[in-house]
Design a protein around this ligand. Structure first.
Ligand code: AMP
Ligand code: ZN
Length: 492
C-alpha cells in the first residue's frame, strides 16, 4: 500500500495548518464534497472545483486507500441568493419555465454528469439527493432540538447559534468572531421568528404558494440548505469522517453551519480535514452565475463564445486547471489556455515516445529521483503545478534520449513509462486526444466528397475505380456499405 510509504500532507482549513493526513480507519477514507444545485448549467468555475476534488480522489485511490466518495445533488432547500428567505432556486426556475421542479432537477443533473464525463471525472460512489433524504434531515433536527441547540417558531425550526457558542466556537472555520457577526448583521426585521439574526433555518414552514414541501412534526415545510449535507454525510460516512470539501465560497455560512449542526447533533466535530478549492476567475472576477460573468463548458468545447474565438478539447481545459494549485485563484484566458494546449501536446508526445526510445546499458539521469519528485509534489497538499513541472522534466529527458543526447536502460524505461502512465492518466485524469475525436468535422466532409466521387464512378460503370476507393478505405479501417439510399461509412 503506497499510502504507508507516503506522508500525504493536507492543508486543513479548520486549523489553518498543513497536516500529515491520518485517516480514521487504516486504509479507508471517507470523502464528502458539496455537489451542485441543479437549477442551471454548471459553469466552468463549478467544474474547476469538481475537477480539483476529482484529482484528490484519484490520488487517494492511487495511494491504495479504499475511498468512499459522496457528492450530493442539491435539489431542494437552496434559496435565492443563498439567503434565509426567498424562493427555492429550483422552484423558481420551474415556475419560469413552466416545468415540474423535478424536470428541472433531471435536466441539469444529466447535464452535470455529461459535462464532468467530458472532463474525464470519475463518478462518486454515492450521489445522494436532498429530496431523497427528508426523513434523515427531520431526524437530525429532532436530535439537535433534543440536545437543546434548536427551537421551533411558527412552524419553522432555527439553530440557536448563541446557545451553541456557549460551549463551542461558531466561526472557527471561517475565522469569524461571533461578536463581529452579530454587529455585522442587519436587525431582525422580517425575521422576527428568530431569537438572533445569526440563527439559521433547519426547517422552514412552507407558504401556501411554495410547491416543494413535505410533512414534518412542525407542519408542511422544507429543509434548510445547510442541513442536507450534514444529514447525508452522517448517514453515509458516519458522525465523524475524514475529508469534507467544497469551493472556498461555501466556507461561510454553509460549512460553518455544517460543523455546528454535526456537533450539536452528535456531540463531536463531524470532519477531521476541511479542504477548500479556490475560485476560477474570468477577467479577474469570480466566475459566477449571479453576475453573468460565466463561461459554459459547452461554449468552450464548441468555440461559440466571445472570450476565446475557437474550440478547445475538454482534456486541454482540464490540463490547464492542473497547472494551478487547487487552493490558488486561477484566471481564465485564451493565452493561458493556448500555452496549456502546447504543453499538453508536448507531454503526450513524450508519453508515447518513451515506449519506443532505444535503450542502453545504463541511464544517464536519476529516474528514481524524478519519480520520487512526482510523489513529493502530490504529497505536498496535492501540488499539481509542481507535478506538471516535473512531468515536463521527464518529457525533456525523453526527447534527449530520442535524439541520442541521454541514455536510458530497459528497466528504467519501463519504470518511467509506468510512472508517467500513473501520474498523467490515473492521477491527473488526462486522456489521449484521438485524431477522430478532434477532427471528426473535417473527416465527415472528406468522406462525403470521397463517397460522391465513388458514386460518380459507379454511375459511369467504372467499377474498377469504385472498388479501388472502397478497398483503399478498407485498408484505412473505414468500412463502406452500399445501402438503398446510398453508401454509408464507419470507422472499424
Ligand atoms: P453551487 O451549485 O452554486 O452550489 O456550486 C457548486 C460548486 O461550485 C461549489 O463548491 C462552489 O463553491 C463552486 N464554485 C462556484 N463558483 C466557482 C468559481 N468561480 N470557481 C470555482 N468554484 C466555484
Ligand atoms: Zn454542502
Amino acid at each position: 500500500m503506497k499510502y504507508k510509504e507516503n506522508k500525504l500532507k493536507i492543508s486543513n482549513s479548520l486549523t489553518g495548518e498543513k497536516e500529515v493526513f491520518e485517516s480514521i480507519l487504516d486504509g479507508f477514507v471517507g470523502l464528502y464534497v458539496c455537489g451542485p444545485t441543479v437549477y442551471s448549467h454548471v459553469h466552468l468555475g463549478n467544474c474547476r472545483t469538481f475537477i480539483s476534488f476529482d484529482v484528490i480522489y484519484r490520488y487517494l485511490l492511487h495511494l491504495g486507500y479504499k475511498v468512499r466518495y459522496v457528492r450530493n445533488i442539491t435539489d431542494a432547500g437552496h434559496l435565492e441568493n443563498d439567503a434565509e428567505e426567498g424562493e427555492d432556486k429550483i422552484a423558481k426556475k420551474a415556475r419560469l419555465e413552466q416545468l415540474e421542479p423535478m424536470e428541472i432537477v433531471q435536466l441539469y443533473t444529466l447535464d452535470f454528469h455529461k459535462v464532468l464525463n467530458q472532463f474525464n471525472n470519475l463518478p462518486p460512489n454515492i450521489e445522494p439527493t436532498a429530496t431523497g433524504h427528508i426523513i434523515e434531515q427531520i431526524e437530525m433536527i429532532l436530535e439537535i432540538i433534543d440536545n437543546g441547540f434548536a427551537y421551533e417558531s411558527n412552524g419553522s425550526v432555527y439553530f440557536d447559534v448563541e446557545k451553541y457558542n456557549e460551549s463551542n466556537n461558531y466561526g472557527e472555520l471561517s475565522k469569524r468572531k461571533i461578536e463581529d457577526l452579530v454587529s455585522g448583521t442587519r436587525s431582525l426585521e422580517g425575521q422576527e421568528e428568530k431569537k438572533s439574526p445569526l440563527d439559521f433555518a433547519l426547517w422552514k414552514d412552507a407558504k401556501p404558494e411554495h410547491i416543494m414541501k413535505w410533512p414534518s412534526p412542525w407542519g408542511l415545510g422544507f429543509p434548510g440548505w445547510h442541513l442536507e449535507c450534514s444529514a447525508m454525510s452522517t448517514k453515509y460516512l458516519g458522525e465523524q469522517f475524514d475529508i469534507h470539501g467544497g469551493g472556498m465560497d461555501l466556507k461561510f455560512p454553509h460549512h460553518e453551519c455544517e460543523i455546528a449542526q454535526g456537533t450539536a447533533a452528535n456531540g463531536q466535530k463531524p470532519v477531521n480535514y476541511w479542504m477548500h478549492a479556490n475560485m476560477l476567475t474570468l477577467n479577474g472576477k469570480k466566475m459566477s452565475k449571479s453576475t453573468g460573468n460565466t463561461l459554459l463548458p459547452e461554449e468552450l468545447f464548441s468555440g461559440e463564445n466571445e472570450v476565446l474565438g475557437r474550440a478547445y478539447h475538454p482534456i486541454v481545459v482540464r490540463f490547464f486547471m492542473m497547472q494551478a494549485h487547487y487552493a490558488s485563484v486561477l484566471d481564465f484566458s485564451a493565452e493561458a489556455l493556448n500555452a496549456s494546449e502546447k504543453g499538453f501536446t508536448r507531454l503526450m508526445e513524450a508519453v508515447k515516445m518513451i515506449k519506443e526510445v532505444k535503450t542502453n546499458e545504463s541511464t544517464s539521469f536519476d529516474v528514481d529521483g524524478l519519480i520520487q519528485k512526482f510523489y513529493d509534489a502530490m504529497n505536498d497538499d496535492f501540488n499539481t503545478p509542481i507535478l506538471v513541472a516535473h512531468l515536463f522534466d521527464a518529457a525533456k529527458f525523453i526527447q534527449a534520449v530520442q535524439s541520442g543526447k541521454e541514455t536510458i536502460s530497459a528497466a528504467d524505461r519501463e519504470k518511467l513509462s509506468e510512472a508517467l502512465n500513473a501520474f498523467v492518466f490515473d492521477i491527473l485524469g488526462l486522456t489521449e486526444i484521438s485524431e477522430d475525436n478532434s477532427d471528426n468535422g473535417s473527416l465527415d466532409t472528406v468522406m462525403e466528397l470521397v463517397l460522391q466521387m465513388r458514386q460518380q464512378a459507379r454511375e459511369n460503370k467504372d467499377w474498377t475505380t469504385a472498388d479501388a476507393i472502397r478497398d483503399k478505405l478498407n485498408e484505412a479501417n473505414i468500412v463502406v456499405k452500399d445501402e438503398k439510399d446510398g453508401a454509408t461509412w464507419k470507422i472499424q
